[in-house]
Design a protein around this ligand. Structure first.
Ligand code: TRP
Length: 357
């Protein structure tokens, strides 16, 4: 525990330093981030990571957003929806304000064969023991209740290192649960450089996690992280009426006087935080304004704030849904640019491993 805490604190410190420097030197960095295509995104994703990606890409940081369609095979039996989910993710990204272009790309990682080739040498740089003690992997195995665990489940963090290192990604904006994977990526980069680049320039830069500043967003039940599978989420694509109906059912408590008290009133605090994320007002000020209005007034305020915040995104979403050719083009363009970077890295890797013919 103390070890993981110090890893966390160290990551937090590095995170803060990067956040400062990135404002001044955006081109010095490359952001690499991604999602598994398991469905559409909800407001937890929006406030927790999507807004941050938009912000970083608008600062001018070269940004790769990958859709982890191979990784999704490790913990999902169903694969019939991967393609549709991939396209829905692109729609959510674009609607949220990601603008693909020369320096900003979106692609499925299965479409970058030159990057995937790095998997073989990378696997030789870690031990079975290291793979099986990854806390996030353990947690996933447990929560999925898997009886037998496929090898992809243990090795996907190595594949995530491929995702990050093939394009020499240096900044990985993630939540806390992804830290073990960033640590594994750093380990692989360090071992690769030590083994193969002894008397020469290292091939891989050390990637850093950029920890999100937004506290974890709870679902409408107020007790667990927001997630579609738990049925406590508001999807970005929901209509205004659906949003209102979901918020109406959200859990609050019987005290009519609204106060911000995350410890004792987590459900109310979560709704206040969501309003604050929409309007930029301070949570205590929002609570004071609602005062004796109770859960009803709190929910009305959130419904209004959220629907207003999401209105432009939802309109853009509809336009994009009507342009499937454009969505496909974004993915193919992204994959082409990713392949060019991957081919260059693979050449360097072959060179230092003495495998050129
Ligand atoms: N593991 C991430 C998730 O489950 C998805 C992912 C795959 C990723 N490759 C990545 C995230 C590389 C950041 C960087 O959400």
């Amino acid at each position: 525990m103390s070890e993981s805490k110090s890893t966390y604190e160290a990551a937090l410190e590095r995170s803060r330093a990067i956040e400062k420097d990135i404002q001044v030197n955006p081109k010095k960095y490359r952001v690499l981030t991604g999602d598994r295509p398991t469905g559409r995104l909800h407001i937890g994703h929006y406030f927790g990571s999507l807004q941050n990606r938009v912000r970083l890409s608008k600062l001018g940081v070269p940004t790769c957003i990958l859709i982890a369609d191979y990784q999704v095979l490790t913990d999902h039996d169903a694969f019939s929806m991967i393609s549709q989910n991939t396209k829905q993710l692109v729609i959510d990204y674009l609607a949220a304000g990601i603008e693909p272009g020369e320096d900003v790309i979106i692609y499925p990682h299965s479409y970058v064969p030159e990057a995937n080739q790095l998997m073989v040498p990378f696997l030789t740089l870690v031990t079975n023991a290291e793979l099986s003690r990854n806390p996030t992997v353990k947690e996933e195995i447990q929560s999925a209740g898997l009886k037998s665990v496929n090898a992809g489940m243990y090795t996907y963090p190595v594949h995530q290192a491929v995702d990050i290192l093939y394009c020499k990604g240096t900044v990985v904006p993630v939540g806390k649960d992804q830290l073990p994977h960033v640590e594994m990526t750093r380990l692989i980069a360090r071992r690769f450089n030590e083994k193969f680049c002894r008397n020469r320039e290292p091939v891989f830069p050390m990637p850093q996690a950029l920890l999100s500043k937004t506290p974890s967003i709870m679902g409408l039940d107020g007790s667990q992280k927001m997630s579609k599978s738990r049925g406590n989420a508001i999807m970005l694509c929901a209509t205004e009426d659906e949003t209102a109906a979901l918020i109406k059912k959200a859990k609050t408590d019987s005290d009519r006087n609204i106060t911000y008290d995350p410890e004792n009133r987590p459900e109310v605090a979560n709704l206040l935080m969501l309003i604050s994320l929409c309007t930029g007002e301070e949570v205590n000020a929002i609570a004071a304004e609602i005062g004796e209005g109770g859960g009803g007034a709190l929910k009305r305020k959130l419904t209004e704030a959220l629907n207003e915040t999401l209105r432009p995104l939802r309109e853009e979403r509809k336009r994009l849904e009507a342009s499937p050719d454009y969505i496909r083009k974004v993915l193919l363009d992204g994959a082409e640019k990713a392949r060019a970077m991957a081919a260059e890295t693979l050449n360097e890797v072959r060179h230092v491993m003495n495998m050129e013919i």
